[in-house]
Design a protein around this ligand. Structure first.
Ligand code: AMP
Length: 193
């Protein structure tokens, strides 16, 4: 049986992580957050962790080959799951192309890419709030700035990438966690129906 592959797209602070956890639970999908995986490597002090730590602390993107190697390994590890929900991946067009190629080797494809839309003014406030709560070392003023630039330059072209392939869905990321979550689950139910 083919797996479903759902991508959550959106700027830093849009709420991708929170929403991905809720949706993964509800639809029995594996939540695959490249940010969480990289943070675990840094925490454990692995070779990969050492390589990416400074890049992450600056708010820059880790190179595509490193990220795609992680994804390839996970696609093999999660061979038997109903589906995967990608959070924070792909972040660049080459990553999206790499994912497409990897999925082809399994005879699978991206099911849907869902853009969580939040006005820019609201995002910065949200990230700074998260910085106090989660104590993420990349949630400082300067790195937030860098992460926004990385998003605009390298990640936002994915919006047209998936819309050109008729895979793009947009959901408003404004409102309570529950409101946003129910918008997303209605959308996913519709896609799965
Ligand atoms: P996130 O938790 O998704 O905001 O990711 C935190 C940091 O990890 C990012 O600022 C990047 O430095 C790195 N990172 C996570 N996912 C990716 C990715 N798909 N491509 C490149 N860098 C990534």
């Amino acid at each position: 049986m083919d797996r479903f592959h759902f991508i959550l797209l959106g700027p830093p602070g849009a709420g991708k992580g929170t929403q991905a956890k809720l949706l993964a639970n509800q639809f029995h999908l594996v939540h695959l957050s490249t940010g969480d995986l990289l943070r675990a490597e840094v925490q454990a002090g692995t070779q990969l962790g050492k390589k990416v730590q400074a890049i992450m602390e600056r708010g820059e993107l880790v190179d595509d080959a490193t990220i795609l190697a992680i994804i390839e390994q996970k696609l093999h590890q999660y061979r038997e799951v109903p589906g995967i929900l990608y959070d924070g991946f792909p972040r660049t067009v080459p990553q999206a192309e790499g994912l497409e190629r990897l999925l082809q080797t399994f005879g699978e494809e991206v099911t849907a890419s869902i853009l969580l839309e939040v006005p820019f003014e609201e995002l910065k406030a949200r990230i700074l709030k998260r910085a106090t709560k989660e104590n993420r070392s990349d949630d400082t003023e300067e790195t937030i700035e860098t992460r926004f630039h990385e998003y605009i330059d390298k990640t936002s072209p994915l919006i047209s990438y998936y819309s050109d392939r008729n895979r793009l869905f947009k959901v408003s990321g404004v409102g309570s966690i529950e409101e946003i979550s129910s918008r997303l689950s209605e959308l996913i139910k519709g896609i799965l129906a």
